[in-house]
Design a protein around this ligand. Sequence first.
Ligand code: GLN
Ligand code: ZN
Length: 763
Amino acid sequence: MATTHNLGFPRIGAKRELKFALESYWKGQSSQAELQRAGAELRARHWRNQAGLDLAPVGDFAFYDQVLDMSFTLGNLPARVSGFHGDALDNYFRVARGRSAAGAGDHAACCGGVAAGEMTKWFDTNYHYIVPEFEAGTQFTLDAARLLAQLAEAQAQGVAAKPVIIGPLTYLALGKAKDGADKLSLLPRLLPAYAQLLAALGAAGAQWVQIDEPILVTELDATWQDAFRTAYQHLNTGAVKLLLATYFGPLRDNLPLVAALPVQGVHLDAINARDEVEALIAASPAERVISLGVVNGRNIWKTDLGAALDWLEPVAKRLGARLWLAPSCSLLHVPVDLESEHKLDAEIRSWLAFAVQKLGEIRILAAALAQGRDTVAPELAANRAAIASRHASTRVNNPAVKAAVAAITPELGRRQSPFAVRAAKQAAVLNLPLYPTTTIGSFPQTKEIRLARSAFKAGNIDEAAYTLAMQAEIEHSVREQEALGLDVLVHGEAERNDMVEYFGEQLDGYVFSQAGWVQSYGSRCVKPPILFGDISRPKAMTVAWISYAASLTDKPMKGMLTGPVTILNWSFVRDDQPRALTCYQLALAIREEVQDLEKAGVGIIQIDEAALREGLPLRKSQWQDYLDWAVESFRITANGVKDGTQIHTHMCYSEFNDIIAAIANMDADVITIETSRSDMELLDVFDDFNYPNQIGPGVYDIHSPNIPSEAHIVALMQQAAKRIPSERLWVNPDCGLKTRQWSEVIPALTNLVSAARALRAAA
Ligand code: GLN
Ligand code: ZN
């Protein structure tokens, strides 16, 4: 009989209760006791949600981030917070976000504010963790209080508890050695803390501990592989049984390593590594538990239970009680409960499973394996019907879209002429000065804009009134840009709530949940749109707004679109076809918009690919394949225009040294990128790589309220001009301005324009 369990549950709450409890505490509007109570209530509710599983996770709850929790458990706090007088939770928030609660908790008068810990993406998900900080001298001292308290809490509620911790190698790998120290040199000091932790958990009654080592799905060199052997020898103390959890991909060349580690159980992501199940079983000792992640923990689709049983039944027969069943990874990455959705289209809703429903699937699978499919016949029949309905739905399958993708030829992605020819024609049409100035698209999303949008959505104003309100905002931003003296204007994106949702809402093949929140970091959540079917564009999406903006001015107006790769990477996408195919469908739809803009006389079109880098696979060996279709998708979108039409793209990051060739291959006439925080050092890549087209290195850090001075901008651009000829440089902020206030934007852009003038005068 298979044991059922879960690797982690979303902690934010079906109604984002944790978010609101945290934000109220941070604002000083509620007490720490109230925050603790909210946390305890969520944990209790989530254990109830997981009732019926044989083992439920404990320690997956975090007030901010599970990696930061691990840092506190290991006593690894940055030196800058060591002088703090307050209590541990307030210190925890100081590391997480630079400050704790306003008022009592912040200790502003005595120990002051501190720099927040760096945040980065958790593997290839959209969850961000707080990066552990190391130095050569870092010491670790166990503080198991939080974990032990939560274990006791679970036990008191009758939960069969399995504590979850991040393993030592993943913990080291995710951190940053501030002084360049070799992180593995810390392992001998780290392991005793882990051994003590396991001993403490065992003494408190935990039988199994889940130890997460997702770096095992990435490429590891021999030193790291060795470190795994050393570490797990050391942790094999008999205090508890260890379930080594790997997820987000196959093990590949780490499989023999994993199989040989002295652990009592291994969890494999059987969604992404089905083909490794047999090899893992064959290479494992005869008594080892094999936990299979058979329900996708990363997406929102129902599992095809019949198909899962087809391959699981023989495996279960052989493994017997050694088989455990779980979702592929923690459910942190999916919304909590489909029951919260009241407005979703009923047919599409029947195809979905959120966290609670996914655990139900695990229970059905386990029952079918234990007592035969007959015992869950109604559940299996309902599942079969849902899968069949999705499969056959004419809303999913649009033959015209499939045919259009099949008909894609390389010509579709090619400009008519090489860059040099295009650049000359564009220069003749646009007649821009040296160091042209522009912005990235959005202007401040003011309270008035948000009010008009929610009034329209609630039906309190009609479409005509809404259009007038947005046109007024567009006109305002055009007048401001003219007054500032910018060279290439934008309409300001007032009508867009979100750069992906705006397009998703107008494309066929998308639906939107009401409460499908997924934690992005701390108290922040995103609600990814659901791409369920073949993508098509019923009608133009942006032309009316951009044309209206263009009609207000004689200056060039840049049209603004979100690119296919970014739309793909920021959505829940279908699992019934390769991502590449979905991306090509998006590319064809956005290409139509590009061509409609061109027909409407828009001579400059920007296609944002903010999330291109995010889609990179975890293993470098797979990067090229991704980059090939991602870049081709962009090219299909962008390159059907005339030579004289100028294509821009924008990327929200600066680490592209390792993908610079792919970016050049997109062949955009102009790219704007984020560089302002690094004093242009990031442009060093251009010393070795001759980037052929035009580029706007961001010179105004829009993530900060600070106003960059003219001198600062000039200095940054001079740095840039050492690497890229000035005829190919643009002057612009490093991202959109929607999160800023007009009172910040005006002085910053004033300095940006005057810096460009100074640069021209000096040229
Ligand atoms: N055009 C978008 C904006 O200006 C780009 C946002 C982004 O890159 N994230 O807001
Ligand atoms: Zn950006």
